[in-house]
Design a protein around this ligand. Structure first.
Ligand SMILES: NCC(=O)N[C@@H](Cc1c[nH]cn1)C(=O)O
Ligand SMILES: [Zn+2]
Ligand SMILES: [Zn+2]
Length: 478
C-alpha cells in the first residue's frame, strides 16, 4: 500500500512550517551530559509531549528517577511515551528517538550559534540536534500532523518512546522498556520497532541499518599532590599525575586503530566466508570518509577494510582529559588530579561486562610498571550492548519498498559504527524485529561542529518514514 499522494504533497507544502518547528526544538538546549542544562532537557520532554498531544497522541511523561552526574544528584528527564490507534486488524509500530543532544559551544568551532537553527542558501539546516536526533523525531510528528489535520486514520497503531538521556547512556530506560513491554504496558502488542537515529553511509544513497556497535566508556583518574603545583618549584621533584596518565593512555591503542588491551580485539571472530562481499557492494569510497571527516586521513586506501573497521570491528578512542590545563597562554602548572576518558565501541560477542575486567587489568598493570607514588582509580561511566539482526523480515521489506518509492534507489544495507543502547533491549523485551531507518547524510557532522540536516533529507525523510508506516500497514493485510 503506497502512501497517499495527498500525504506526500502535504509534506512538500508544509516544509517551511516543519522547519520552523525544528528551529523551535533546536533552540531548547537539551544537553544531557552537562548538569547545567538539565532543566532544558526536562523542558524538552514537556515540549515533545505537548507537540504529540496537539496531533492527537495520548502521552505520558515517564519518571525515570534520579542519578548522580559530576557529583550532583539530579532528576532524570522523563521519557515521553505516546500511543494512538488500537485497531486489532492493524500492525502496531513502536518508534523510538531521542531529544537530548551532545554539548555545543561556538568556541568549539561553530560558524553560527549551535542552538539557533540556521538555514543556509544550499538548503542545509545547521544546528545542534538537527540530524541527531531532533530532525528524525520531528519527522514522526510531521506524519502525525498530516493525519490529525486531515482526519485520516494512520495505517498502523503507533506507539512512541522518546528519551532525553541517549547521549549519556540512556539511564533508566531499559527498566522502563522492560516494564512497558509487559502485558497491559504501553508497548504491549507491539509488532515491530523503527528507530531513526543514524545516518546514510554517504551523501547520495539512502540506507537501512541492521546492526549497531555497543559501547563501554571508561575514566582513568590519577592523583598525587594535594593541590596544583608550580612546575618550576616541583618539576623533576615529584611524580606528576599527567605524565603517568599520558603514559597509560598511550598503551591503549596504536595509530592504526589496533586495540592494545590484551584480549579485546581477539574476542571478535574473523569474517565468515563471503562476508567481505557485503561491504564491497556498499556505495562507499575512501573519498566519502575523507569528505565527511574534512581531511585525507583514512586509515587505509581499501574501502572494505575501512568499512569493516567501522561496522564489524571494535574501536578504541581517546576522548579527553579532565583536570588538565587546556586554556590559552602558557600556565606552568602541574595538575594535581587528571582523569583520562576513553571508550571502546563493541561488536558481538563483546559486552561491557566481558571487556571491563580486561581494560581494568591492563590499566592497572601498566600503572604498576610506572613505579609511581601517585594513586589510580579506574571506572566505567556507562555501557551499552552491540546489536545485529536479520534483514529478511517484513519490517525490513517494508523499509526497502518505502525507500524505493521515495528515492527510486536501492538502499545500502549497513551496520552502524555508533551505539543506541536501548536497541537490544527493545529486541529482547518485545521479541520483535527492530529496524534503523536513518534520515540524515553521512556528512551531517553529528556530535561535531556545524551539525546539519539537509532540507531535502528532512522533507524526503519525513515522506520515507510515513511511507514505511504505510508499507507496514500493507504487511498486516498479507
Ligand atoms: N545517534 C546515536 C548516538 O549518537 N549514540 C551515542 C550514544 C552515546 C553513548 N554515550 C555517549 N553517547 C553514540 O555515541 O554512539
Ligand atoms: Zn542519536
Ligand atoms: Zn548522538
Amino acid at each position: 500500500m503506497p502512501a497517499p499522494k495527498e500525504f506526500l504533497d502535504y509534506v512538500d507544502h508544509n516544509a517551511d512550517a516543519f522547519i520552523q518547528r525544528l528551529s523551535d526544538a533546536v533552540s531548547i538546549k537539551s544537553v544531557s551530559g552537562d548538569p547545567a542544562y538539565r532543566e532544558e532537557v526536562i523542558k524538552m520532554s514537556n515540549w515533545i509531549s505537548q507537540q504529540l498531544q496537539a496531533v492527537g497522541v495520548e502521552t505520558q511523561l515517564a519518571d525515570l528517577g534520579r542519578h548522580t552526574m559530576d557529583g550532583q544528584d539530579l532528576a532524570l528527564p522523563p521519557a515521553v511515551l505516546g500511543r494512538i490507534g488500537n485497531d486489532p486488524k492493524k500492525k502496531t509500530v513502536l518508534v523510538y528517538g531521542h531529544f537530548d543532544v551532545q554539548p555545543a559551544l561556538v568556541s568549539d568551532g561553530w560558524n553560527t550559534d549551535p542552538f539557533k537553527l540556521t538555514v543556509l542558501p544550499n538548503g542545509q539546516l545547521v544546528g545542534r540536534g538537527s540530524s541527531d536526533d531532533k530532525g528524525p523525531v520531528l519527522g514522526w510528528l510531521n506524519i502525525l500532523q498530516y493525519h490529525h489535520q486531515n482526519q485520516k486514520d494512520l495505517p498502523v497503531n503507533l506507539r512512541c518512546c522518546f528519551e532525553g538521556m541517549e547521549e549519556s547512556g540512556s539511564e533508566g530506560l531499559d527498566d522502563l522498556v522492560k516494564k512497558e513491554s509487559q502485558s497491559g504496558g504501553w508497548f504491549d502488542g507491539v509488532d515491530c520497532v523503527c528507530i531513526s537515529d543514524n545516518y546514510w553511509l554517504n551523501t547520495r544513497t539512502p540506507t537501512i541499518t541492521y546492526g549497531l556497535r555497543g559501547l563501554a566508556y571508561y575514566k582513568v583518574t590519577i592523583e598525587g599532590p594535594a593541590k596544583d603545583l608550580h612546575s618550576g618549584v616541583f618539576g623533576r621533584t615529584v611524580h606528576e599525575p599527567m605524565t603517568d596518565l599520558i603514559k597509560i593512555m598511550g598503551t591503549l591503542v596504536d595509530v592504526k586503530g589496533h586495540i592494545l588491551i590484551p584480549g579485546v580485539d581477539e574476542m571478535v571472530p574473523p569474517p565468515f566466508a563471503d562476508e567481505k562481499e557485503l561491504y564491497e557492494k556498499l556505495d562507499y569510497s575512501i573519498k566519502d570518509v575523507e569528505d565527511s571527516a574534512g581531511a585525507s586521513i583514512a586509515l587505509s586506501d581499501d574501502k572494505v577494510e575501512v568499512l569493516m573497521g567501522r561496522m564489524r570491528q571494535p574501536s578504541l578512542s581517546l576522548h579527553g582529559i579532565e583536570g588538565a590545563f587546556y586554556g590559552s597562554g602558557a600556565k606552568t602548572v602541574i595538575p594535581a588530579k587528571v582523569s583520562g576518558k576513553f571508550s571502546i565501541r563493541l561488536v558481538p560477542p563483546q559486552t561491557p561486562e566481558k571487556v571491563f575486567p580486561l581494560a581494568k587489568a591492563h590499566v592497572e598493570s601498566e600503572f604498576a610498571k610506572l613505579g609511581t607514588k601517585n594513586k589510580l582509580h579506574f571506572e566505567e561511566l556507562h555501557g551499552g550492548l552491540p546489536w545485529v539482526t536479520d534483514i529478511n523480515h517484513w519490517n525490513y521489506e517494508a523499509a526497502r519498498t518505502a525507500t524505493r518509492a521515495i528515492y527510486n534507489q536501492e538502499p545500502d544495507m549497513t551496520r552502524e559504527g555508533g551505539s543506541i543502547p536501548v536497541t537490544l533491549t527493545f529486541a529482547e523485551a518485545l521479541g520483535v524485529s527492530v529496524l534503523l531507518l536513518p534520515m540524515g547524510r553521512g556528512d551531517d557532522g553529528a556530535h561535531s561542529t556545524n551539525e546539519k540536516l539537509d532540507r531535502s533529507n528532512f522533507i524526503q525523510g519525513t515522506k520515507l518514514l510515513g511511507t514505511y508506516l504505510y508499507e507496514v500497514g500493507a504487511a498486516a493485510a498479507k
